[in-house]
Design a protein around this ligand. Structure first.
Ligand SMILES: [Zn+2]
Ligand SMILES: [Zn+2]
Length: 356
């Protein structure tokens, strides 16, 4: 039998584990092994596998070494085969159609802020999913717990993204962006000059989530009226269950269930403003967020809002979580032509630029 690519198999396993919301340390074991092997000169992986010396490498353990041996022998690793056999449930038709219509993702994080992976890894996973673009939206300066980017670091990131884009396959590009904090007075936590330079601006409330209704409404209305804001991120800030429906897995120590109730604001006023200023309402796909709740998605739809169905991925495998957002959007009757990430990169960027 011809040998398979053991590094590709390890990455695939990491991706599937991550998509199933497995603990980070498990995912990391496979990704580290892939990196360790990728750094070796040609032929050395096979040589080490033959002589039983794979596990002498830092980052390669018994399980990953066994996968490598199986790949090299031309067999699909047993670990991979099991994961593929227990993959998530099928989408119903409407949700599947919506998912097929998506060309990219407008909300993602890298290890420049609180994501777990380099920009390159995120981009390659997006390519693998068939996306045409990925908007990189690392956090803004005030969100210190998430290593929010200062103006200086964001400028450096823009240069870095330009260089990474050069090396990516034709037909795909990383779009520049930010998940900018909506501050207490509704202003946005980055300079106007930078906000204007970015392809797409997602704005979210991350602090003072318990503000009273009048204050939160004023705050959100001010942000929505800001011409730099393109997408209103996870608008209620709620945290619900910790695991996506239909995904089961072994006990996950790294995953603590935390819940938080929705912020209180006048949703009809905020959605009317989103429609007026042509700001898209994000349907955040993260299983622990599921934000906004379905009743609010319906109200935003009635208000005439556009939507962005985003993953808010903090790791490559999470980029596939869009299907969860699509399921919820489909249940609320959101049509594909109201979803900005069904557009081409060019149309998306033009739309965002036309707004300031
Ligand atoms: Zn956020
Ligand atoms: Zn985010």
């Amino acid at each position: 039998m011809t040998a398979r690519d053991p590094i590709a198999d390890l990455r695939r396993i990491a991706f599937l584990l991550e998509r199933a919301n497995e603990a980070t340390y498990r995912v990391r074991a496979f990704r580290s092994a892939a990196n360790a092997l990728g750094a070796l000169p040609a032929g050395e992986v096979a040589e080490r596998a033959r002589t039983g010396k794979l596990t002498e490498l830092a980052g390669v353990g018994d399980v990953t070494a066994r996968c490598v041996a199986e790949s090299l022998a031309g067999a699909e690793p047993v670990y991979l085969r099991r994961l593929l056999a227990t993959e998530g449930t099928d989408l119903d038709e409407e949700a599947a159609r919506l998912r097929d219509a998506l060309r990219g993702d407008c909300h993602s994080h890298s290890d420049w802020s609180d994501g777990g992976s380099p920009i390159e890894e995120m981009a390659l996973a997006a390519v693998e999913l068939g996306h045409e673009y990925l908007v990189l939206t690392d956090h803004s300066p005030r969100l210190k717990v998430a290593r929010g980017l200062t103006a200086d670091r964001l400028r450096k990131q823009l240069d870095h993204v330009a260089a990474v884009n050069e090396a990516l396959p034709k037909g795909f590009r990383i779009l520049t962006g930010i998940e900018v904090d909506i501050l207490a007075d509704g202003s946005l936590d980055q300079t106007d000059e930078l906000l204007a330079r970015l392809d797409v601006v997602v704005g979210s409330v991350h602090s003072g989530l318990g503000d009273d209704r009048a204050k939160m409404t004023r705050r959100m209305l001010a942000a929505v009226a800001n011409p730099h804001l393109d997408i209103l991120g996870h608008c209620t800030g709620r945290m619900v269950s910790s695991r996506p429906a239909g995904v089961t897995g072994p006990g996950d120590k790294g995953h603590r269930a935390r819940t938080r109730k929705e912020s209180d604001f006048d949703a009809d006023a905020v959605f009317a403003a989103c429609a007026e200023h042509d700001v898209a309402v994000e349907i955040n796909s993260r299983p622990e967020r599921q934000d906004p709740p379905k009743r609010l998605i319906r109200r935003a739809l009635e208000a005439g809002c556009r939507f962005a169905i985003d993953t808010d991925a903090h790791a490559p495998g999470q980029l596939d979580w869009q299907r969860f957002g699509c399921e919820r959007a489909a249940r609320c009757g959101v049509p594909a032509d109201r979803v900005v990430n069904t557009w081409t990169a060019e149309r998306l960027v033009t739309w965002a630029a036309s707004r300031g």
